[in-house]
Design a protein around this ligand. Sequence first.
Ligand code: SAM
Length: 472
Amino acid sequence: MYNKESMKAEEFINHEEIMETLAYADAHKDDKVLLREILDKARERKGLGHRDASVLLACEDEEIIAECYKLAEEIKQDYYGNRIVLFAPLYLSNYCVNGCLYCPYHGTNKNIRRVKLTQEQIRDEVIALQDMGHKRLAIEAGEDPINNSIEYILESIDTIYNIHHKNGAIRRINVNIAATTVENYKKLKDAEIGTYILFQETYNKESYLKLHPTGPKHDYDYHTEAMDRAMEGGIDDVGLGVLYGLELYRYEFAGVLMHAEHLEAVQGVGPHTISMPRVKRADDIDPDEFDGGISDETFAKICALIRIAVPYTGMIISTRESQKVREMVLPLGVSQISGGSRTSVGGYAEEEAPEDNSSQFDVSDRRTLDEVVNWLMRLGYIPSFCTACYRAGRTGDRFMELCKNMQILNCCHPNALLTLKEYLEDYASEDTRRIGMEMIQKEIAVIPNEKVRQKTADYLNDIVAGGRDFRF
Ligand code: SAM
């Protein structure tokens, strides 16, 4: 029944196909000849199918795993260079009618403080985020047709885009809200959102139904087919994700790759991003109660293999992960991270009270944005606040085409330097500014195209005189 071109969830995420894939992976995980063939295929940088990638995931041979890591690092360098894009989540409301067993927002949690931000409160949050230096947000909300209606989400997006405090501006809003209708996706597209993000949580239908016992999210098919509806509504950048820890990671890994293959086959473009969240402790949630917990090493292996299997898809790591884990996975293909995040509703404008339980999960990386920017540069990464792609029309297949041809380096790299300079001028601490200015000087010199290099240098000078925003 497996058919990646079908529009039915159970056919493009087909349980039997996943089970056969896992059995195939187990049967071949020690087959060195096959493993080497798969690695050679991966070296062509055209990605890997879910079966081949699953064999690498099952393999325990240290030499092969080391080669996978090395290849992931090379692919990351080829397509993304040393840039890391920064963003922050903004929680609008934790009202929710679902019953997700892993999430403290579930409707029956009477303990949690319920908050829905007013437009005035959103203003305060956004000003606080702009004052940190953020330009890109991911808005988050529980599912509640009355409290968190699409009109509320659209009004909030409009509010956010229209706040210009000092030199600040939010230039890209990615949206992580519950699965919805084509009509609502069209409205989100018209509101000029960046990526529509929706985590599958688990691709295993049986587990999914148990983990989402009540509420609209219980409908596995509706949830799994959401990205097709989003794309039908005109949103061509969509972000997938699995909540690792709930189910067996090998099942999820095959599932997310099958989902990507389906979008590529049917919509002509794969996912823009894949997020890598792991279940965390939260108000009434104990992550140890779920079966699928994975070690940091396995997590890193999954990151490396996602990079190899879908080279043109961005990979996102949030502050659910500690500095140590982030340092481990950054070189393996991560392209975006959050920084200075608060997961409580209203947590940016007001200092979170220790007893506040409106957060969605415990944050492991609690450093400020300035500390994160400083740390990235010390590790040799260029922190990028660029939001140019979708505003310059580089979305969906146009972005993928540029990325595949490695052309993205001609715009992303200079734009990263320009937006970093903006950050350094407007928000950075003295030490961060010093390191950043040195990095910019070094990085202009390596821009291969002479014209682009010259223009970048001119635009960088403009910033001091008040010029802002991307140029390429
Ligand atoms: N309500 C929307 C939905 O249903 O997709 C928005 C998602 S929610 C604000 C963002 C994501 O947080 C969820 O999709 C889930 O994967 C993740 N999440 C929920 N509980 C979590 C926990 N305890 N630890 C880590 N991540 C969690």
